[in-house]
Design a protein around this ligand. Sequence first.
Ligand SMILES: *Cc1c(COP(=O)(O)O)cnc(C)c1O
Length: 380
Amino acid sequence: MAFATDCIHAGQEPDPTTGAVSVPIYQTSTYVQPELGRHKGWEYARTKNPTRSALEASVAALEGGSAGFAFASGMAALDAVLTLVRAGEHLILGHNTYGGTFRLVDKVLSRRGVLYDLVDTSNLDALCGALRPETRMVLVETPTNPVMTLSDISAVAKLCRAQPNVRLVVDNTFLSPALQKPIELGADIVVHSTTKFLNGHSDSVGGVAVVTRPDDAEWIGFVQNAAGAILSPFDSFLILRGIKTLAVRMERHDISGRKVAEHLSRHPRLSLVHYPGLDSHPQNALARRQQKGFGSMIAFETGSYDSAKKFLDTLRIIALAESLGGVESLACHPATMTHASVPAESRKKLGITDGLVRISVGLEDVEDLIAEIDAGLARI
Ligand SMILES: *Cc1c(COP(=O)(O)O)cnc(C)c1O
């Protein structure tokens, strides 16, 4: 089926008991067993819950994987996936991943004996040089947050395949499967913070891991039950509801994102706009090749902390807040908000200056957004 059809139907079959069109919230901790030694595959709700199973099937279908696993947050999903790397084995982490992912690897996994290197995975030579015999995983975000650097997923997958047993994991939170399908490009595992575009309404925190290999399905399923960082039935319902409109939301996010980015790129007060859809973006050709759209995440350089603050303080429709991917537009100051835990030196290297502002373009009327942005920029 086409993507828009799968958004509404994959995993979301009518309820077998009642025929309910919308997947019910199975708010139960346990299931009655008809007799000792015989049950219907439902024993205890940490292990399996029908609402969660529907979400897992939905996201697995949308990403083109073989199985999905839903967790209480994007970080919990990443934590489960990262258990595939054992003590003494090596992980390559994109040098500009989500701050929480870096913190998990740097502060928690390293204590469990996992070795890691931060590598600019947009540079294939750098990646080649960092792969070691004990490397078991390459974890990539593309585009990166907030400066929108891309990694070539097919090329990275090829390098991983050339070594025995190196999995490529792609965090696809920024584009969603509507605009990028990493598994089709060779990734082994896709991870999402469903908190962002998949749910899309800024009212739930969650995460999903989608796998392709049967051994990974077995292990991640085991960890999900063993460690128990599961997504609740209600959150599963909210995300399923959000996914029904994913195709149309992403289409509009993409259209509005392009309009705002093009407008910003012509603005005389801005020296730099980071958006893969702009001809000026150094990886525009790669973005056109590997993505179905450019999305609605934009960062731009106002020149200084004071200018960024003046701009952000004028906003009314666009909310000053962390997170992204909701129907409502959000703006943030990466240097002091999302990336505050990144050392100043590294921020500088990554282009996360004190004047940088990030916008997640929502689904309001785009002319209203542009008018508000213009009014804000007139103050800097
Ligand atoms: C938000 C985010 C995460 C973490 O997800 P939570 O749901 O907040 O735990 C991971 N990766 C990316 C790219 C994110 O934007």
